[in-house]
Design a protein around this ligand. Structure first.
Ligand code: ATP
Length: 330
């Protein structure tokens, strides 16, 4: 009931009377008052005015299930939420929930990860109280070789969701660094990690994890030059839950577009518009060595199209490589 009351207060234009809430939920005035008191204790500023009712003025920066449920505007993405104050890795939690039969769209959110991971065994720095660590469970009925494209579907959704919230806080310059990073003003803000559980020709489930530096102001030495947070970029504390809700809304729409063709033809243009590498000289770091190229955009399969120095064009597959700017990270 708490999430529903919160949602009602949020969506109301002005006050919601105690009577309305009692009738809607079939409970006593005391029961409604108790929930309002709980919300106030959790840091929500709910004003109570005699003869008018309740009105929400402000909410704290929390990512609890109730807070997220009250903000979610989706049919399936993030409709079932599992919240952890602390966990090893939200990707591991979602993989386990997937194995146990959890529904498509189940979302795990944590305030802190003790074993946050990146691509190819790298780690993702995950301290408490300042970032978003979340993973979603997807059950696409597509051949396994198409699943890596979901990383790009998520990258597009995260970039769009962050842009949707940009005006409120006054940050700008959100871009995608192919294939799976979101950057802002040249520094890394978000990492995305996609993992799947498959049979030979069949996907059991896919886990897409997202780490977003929201209010962090300190980074360890190794990433100080390349990492940043929304707060560092706009100078204000940014609320995490509305960002998660905005990303889920975009993801739901983009995922459905992806499924129609089982490739990125419907999202390619949007993705390429957001691509920081587009029309730039880049360094392709591959296991066979690195080489310079000029990035052109992505194709329907989510590969990066580049022109090499000898004029030949090729499509680079994300699995093996990282991309760098000629002079630095982007
Ligand atoms: P890149 O192309 O940036 O090398 P990647 O896509 O190969 O990245 P990811 O899996 O996205 O790698 O992210 C892991 C890397 O990101 C780590 O090796 C580290 O350098 C960097 N990193 C780790 N934690 C954070 C963080 N909280 N914010 C920004 N960067 C981070």
């Amino acid at each position: 009931m708490k999430a529903e009351i919160l949602k009602l207060l949020r969506e109301a234009d002005g006050y919601v009377s105690g009577q309305q809430l009692c009738e809607k939920f079939g409970v006593s005035r005391t029961a409604v008052w108790k929930v309002i008191r709980q919300l106030q204790e959790e840091g929500y500023q709910v004003e109570a005015v005699r003869n008018k009712g309740y009105r929400i003025i402000d909410s704290p920066d929390v990512m609890t299930r109730e807070e997220l449920e009250s903000l979610m505007q989706t049919r399936w993405a993030g409709q079932k939420i599992v919240y952890y104050d602390e966990t090893d890795s939200t990707n591991l939690r979602i993989k386990q929930l997937g194995d146990e039969g959890a529904a498509h769209g189940t979302l795990a959110v944590a305030d802190r990860q003790t074993a946050g991971r990146g691509r190819r065994g790298r780690s993702w720095e995950s301290p408490a109280g300042s970032s978003i660590y979340m993973s979603i469970l997807l059950r696409p009925q597509i051949p396994p070789d198409k699943a890596p494209m979901l990383t790009l579907v998520m990258a597009c959704s995260v970039a769009e969701g962050l842009q949707d919230c940009a005006e409120t806080y006054g940050y700008s310059g959100i871009k995608i660094k192919w294939p799976n990073d979101i950057i802002i003003n040249g520094k890394k803000l978000v990492g995305i990690l996609t993992e799947m559980s498959t049979q030979i020709d069949y996907i059991n489930h896919v886990t897409v994890g997202v780490g977003i530096n929201v209010n962090r102001t300190e980074f360890p030495e190794e990433i100080r030059e390349t990492a940043t947070s929304l707060r560092l970029e706009c100078g204000r504390v940014v609320k995490r839950a509305p960002i998660i809700a905005a990303i889920m809304k975009r993801l739901e729409a983009n995922y459905e577009t992806f499924l129609e063709t089982q490739d990125l033809s419907g999202l390619m243009e949007r993705y390429s518009e957001l691509l920081v590498n587009r029309d730039r000289d880049v360094l392709i770091l591959s296991p066979e060595g690195s080489y310079p190229a000029h990035a052109l955009g992505i194709n329907e399969q989510g590969e990066l199209l580049v022109r090499r120095e000898d004029g030949s064009e090729e499509a680079v597959y994300a699995g093996e490589v990282s991309v760098r700017g000629v002079y630095g990270y982007v």
